[in-house]
Design a protein around this ligand. Structure first.
Ligand code: NA7
Length: 532
C-alpha cells in the first residue's frame, strides 16, 4: 500500500536527530514524516533503559540549543541526566513543537530504493506500507543496532537474557537473584554499578577493562544553571569552538604532559579527577595526541584503581593496558568501588574466553559460572550497522551493504555516492561519536535543510557525492586519526568490536574544523558533489 502524495523529506528515526529534522523541515515549509520503530520517541534514550543508564555529557550541554525558549524553560535535575529524564525531554520536544502528527511510531523501516526515473526514494516499512519522498534523511543513530555476539547455547539459557540496548519497559527485579553480566563498556560500567546493590550476586565477565573517571554526579547547581541561562547562546557558541563541541567551562590545559614536572602533573591530574567527566582528558593538551603523554594519564588512573579496589588481584584485572580515551572513556559513579562489594565477582574472559552458555550459566576457561539472569552489555554494530542491515538500494539497485563492504565510503559523513538525495546524520565520516552528539545533530540538520533549500532555489533535483570526493574524505578522516591515539586499540570507532567488520576508522576528530569544512563546501555550491 502506498501512502498519499510524495513527501519532501522522509526521516528514519524519531530520536533527537529525527525530532529536530522534522521540526526544521516543517519550519522550512517542507512536507516531512518521521518513521520510528519504537513505541515512543527518544531513540537511544528510548531503548537504553537499563539500570544506571545516564548521559556522559553534562545535561546543560546535552540538550538542544536551537530554540531559546526551550533551553530557558527546561529544567534538568542532575548534572548528568538519567535516561528517564532524557526520554521525558524528547517527549517534551515532540509536544512543544507539535511534532506528533508527523511521526509514525511502531513503524520499522525495512528498506528504501532510489527510483532514478522519478528521482524519488520509495521507503518500505516492515508490513509492506510504502512512502515516496524527494529526500531521505537517515536519523537512525550511530549506536542503534545492538550487538549480540554469537555465544553457543545462548537460546538454551534457563533464565531471562537482557541486552542493555533493548531493556524491557517493565521493571526488572534482580532481588535475590544471581546475575551474570558480559561487557564492560559505558553501558556495562553503568549497569554493573546499578545492579550490584539490587542482586544477590553479580558476576562480571570482562574481556577488556574499562577506563572510568568519576562523574561526580549530583543535583544540578542552581547558581550554575542561572549563570548559563543568562547567556545560553554564548555558552553554546563557546562549546561549538571546542574539539568535542562541549566543555568550554573547563577547556584543555594548553601545557604538554611531557613538559610538566612530576608534581605539577600529579596536581593537574588530581584536579581534573576531582572535577570529573571528560575534562580529565584535557588535563594536558596532548593526552589524546601523544602516546607518551597518554601513558602518564593512564598510570595516574591505574594508581586510582589500585587505591580504590581492595583485592589486589581484582585491582590488577581492572587496570587497562591500552591508551586512556582510545575506547570511549567511561564516566562513572562508583564503578571501581563496586568490586569491593562481597557479592560482586570479576572474571577475565580475555585470558579464558567464553566458550558457551549453558542452561544454568556459562563456561569460560573450562569452568562453569552459575547465575539466574544474564545481562548482555555487549554494545552495538556502531555507525554502519543500521544502514547496512536495511535493504537500502541506491542508483541501479546497488545495496548499501555492498557499497560499504570494505568500509563506509562517504563525503563529509553526510552524503554517499550512488545514493542521491540521501543524507546521513551523525554517521561515519562525521564528528558524531567524538562530539556532544546534540551539537553534531543540530549542525547536520541545519546543513541538510540549507542544502535542500539551495537545491530548490537552484532548480536542481538531486545531489550526491562524487567518488573522488569520497575517497579524499575517507583518507582525511584517517589522516586526522593518525595524529591521535585512537588507532592504538580495538574500539567500535574502528569496527573492531564486530567479528569480520572491516577495520576502518569511522568518526572524525575535531568539530570546529569539520563545521568550517562543511560550511565551505556549501559556500562553494556544494563542491565535491554532483548536482543535477
Ligand atoms: P561497548 O563500548 O562496545 O562495550 C561493549 C562491551 O562488551 C565491551 O567491554 C566488549 O569487550 C564486550 N564484548 C563484546 N563482545 C564480547 C564477547 N564476545 N565476549 C566478551 N565481551 C564482549 O558498548 P556500550 O553499550 O557499553 O557503549 C557504547 C557507547 O554507548 C559508548 O561508547 C557511549 O558512546 C555510549 P571489548 O572491549 O570488545 O573487548
Amino acid at each position: 500500500m502506498r501512502r498519499g502524495a510524495p513527501l519532501d523529506v522522509l526521516i528514519v528515526g524519531a530520536g533527537f536527530a529525527g525530532l529536530y529534522m522534522l521540526h526544521k523541515a516543517r519550519r522550512r515549509g517542507l512536507s516531512a514524516l518521521a518513521l520510528e520503530a519504537a513505541a515512543g520517541v527518544g531513540g537511544t534514550w528510548y531503548f537504553n533503559r537499563y539500570p544506571g543508564a545516564r548521559v556522559d555529557i553534562q545535561s546543560m550541554e546535552y540538550s538542544f540549543g536551537f530554540d531559546e525558549a526551550l533551553q530557558q524553560d527546561w529544567r534538568w535535575t542532575e548534572r548528568y541526566a538519567a535516561q528517564p529524564e532524557l526520554r521525558a525531554y524528547a517527549e517534551h520536544v515532540a509536544d512543544r513543537f507539535g511534532l506528533r502528527d508527523g511521526i509514525r511510531l511502531g513503524t520499522r523501516v525495512a528498506g528504501a530504493a532510489w527510483e532514478e526515473a522519478r528521482r524519488r526514494w520509495t521507503v518500505r516499512a516492515e508490513g509492506g506500507e510504502t512512502w515516496e519522498a524527494r529526500f531521505l534523511v537517515m536519523a537512525s543513530g550511530p549506536l542503534s543496532s545492538p550487538n549480540t555476539p554469537v555465544f553457543p547455547g545462548l537460546e538454551g539459557f534457563d533464565g531471562p537474557v537482557y541486552h542493555t540496548a533493548r531493556w524491557p519497559e517493565e521493571a526488572v527485579d534482580f532481588g535475590g537473584r544471581r546475575v551474570g553480566l558480559i561487557g564492560t563498556g559505558s553501558s556495562g560500567v553503568q549497569a554493573i554499578t546499578a545492579i550490584a546493590p539490587q542482586c544477590a550476586e553479580l558476576t562480571v565477565f570482562q574481556r577488556t577493562p574499562a577506563w572510568a573517571v568519576p562523574a561526580h554526579n549530583g543535583p544540578l547547581d542552581p547558581a550554575f544553571e542561572a549563570r548559563i541561562k543568562a547567556d545560553y547562546a554564548g555558552f553554546r557558541a563557546r562549546n561549538r569552538q571546542m574539539q568535542g563541541g562541549f566543555g568550554s567551562e573547563l577547556p584543555p590545559n594548553p601545557v604538554s604532559a611531557l613538559e610538566a614536572g612530576a608534581a605539577e602533573r600529579e596536581a593537574k591530574f588530581e584536579e581534573r579527577w576531582r572535577t570529573g567527566g571528560f575534562s580529565f582528558l584535557g588535563a594536558f593538551r596532548d593526552i589524546l595526541l601523544d602516546e607518551r603523554a597518554n601513558a602518564l594519564a593512564a598510570e595516574f588512573v591505574r594508581g586510582k584503581i589500585r587505591s580504590i579496589v581492595r583485592d589486589p588481584e581484582t585491582a590488577r584485572r581492572l587496570q587497562p593496558r591500552y591508551a586512556i580515551g582510545c575506547k570511549r572513556l567511561c564516566v562513572d559513579t562508583g564503578y571501581y568501588a563496586t568490586y569491593n562489594r562481597p557479592n560482586v565477582g570479576l572474571v577475565d574472559v580475555a585470558e579464558s574466553p567464553i566458550e558457551r552458555i549453558t542452561g544454568k550459566g556459562l563456561v569460560a576457561g573450562g569452568r562453569e559460572y552459575a547465575f539466574d539472569a544474564l545481562v548482555l552489555a555487549t554494545g552495538f554494530d556502531a555507525m554502519t550497522g543500521t544502514l547496512t542491515r536495511l535493504d537500502l538500494r541506491g542508483r541501479g539497485g546497488r545495496a548499501m551493504r555492498d557499497k560499504w563492504a570494505a568500509g563506509p565510503l562517504n563525503y563529509l559523513g553526510l552524503l554517499i555516492e550512488g545514493f542521491p538525495n540521501l543524507f546521513n546524520v551523525a554517521g561515519p565520516g562525521s564528528t558524531s561519536a567524538f562530539t556532544n552528539v546534540m551539537v553534531a545533530i543540530e549542525h547536520h540538520v541545519d546543513w541538510i535543510a540549507d542544502c535542500i533549500a539551495f537545491l530548490d532555489r537552484a532548480g536542481k533535483r538531486t545531489i550526491e557525492a562524487t567518488e573522488a570526493a569520497e575517497a579524499a574524505w575517507v583518507e582525511h578522516v584517517l589522516a586526522v586519526a593518525k595524529r591521535t591515539v585512537y588507532l592504538t586499540c580495538n574500539s567500535w570507532y574502528l569496527g573492531a568490536n564486530i567479528p569480520g567488520k572491516p577495520r576502518v576508522f569511522m568518526p572524525l576528530f575535531g568539530f570546529p574544523a569539520y563545521a568550517a569544512k562543511c560550511a565551505e563546501v556549501a559556500a562553494r555550491g556544494y563542491e565535491g558533489c554532483a548536482l543535477a
